[in-house]
Design a binder for this molecule. Sequence first.
Ligand SMILES: O=P(O)(O)OP(=O)(O)OP(=O)(O)OC[C@H]1O[C@@H](n2cnc3c(O)ncnc32)[C@H](O)[C@@H]1O
Ligand SMILES: [Mg+2]
Length: 207
Amino acid sequence: MLKQIVLASGNAGKLREFSQLFNSWDIEVLPQSEFGVTDAEETGLSFIENALIKARHASQVSGLPALADDSGLAVDALGGAPGIYSARYSGDGATDKRNNIKLLEALEGVEEIRRSASFHCALAFVRSFDDPVPLVCNAQWRGRILSEPVGEQGFGYDPLFYVASEGMTSAQLPREVKNRLSHRAQAVAQFEVMWRENMRGIDLAGQ
Ligand SMILES: O=P(O)(O)OP(=O)(O)OP(=O)(O)OC[C@H]1O[C@@H](n2cnc3c(O)ncnc32)[C@H](O)[C@@H]1O
Ligand SMILES: [Mg+2]
């Protein structure tokens, strides 16, 4: 039986990674745009709260179970900023490029050893919009912010995020390597364990 869940995101970079990360699953993960779901207002104060808001919204509009990702970059020297505001960091009309420029400006003059940072990813899965027992996972990926962008792959802050174990930025990593190491990959691995424990034998919204 093919099970469908809605992926509550409008971010093309995330959607691409999720389609690779869920490639071997026996569920069909469809982007929210296919169900006419528009972006929810992210009013939470944590990645987890925002992930739940987005998942509940997508489930309410589509009538299907939904999975949402709320993620971002926390820079230690900036007290964890931009954090949950990563997508909106450069204000109205924010783009990945403008966000990266703003980050470089904020870190100007900060020495290499103090440029540590982490990507965070919270995933929330709800069977229905009012699901009282959502599945929630949270993971992080440590790195360091460079002084200029390097690499063409990935999206968002990837060109500035240096991964010491690989000796390159996450925008230089082959996609299968990012999909093994990243905050999102780790959160999906946690989600897979929860899914196996919780969803065995449970029909998704009667599908
Ligand atoms: O809310 P949705 O619709 O999913 O799309 P979004 O782009 O607004 O997503 P978020 O609210 O979760 O904001 C995530 C921010 O963190 C950045 N980000 C998240 N994961 C990333 C990754 O793997 N590589 C680079 N940047 C990432 C991304 O570029 C955004 O600026
Ligand atoms: Mg968002």
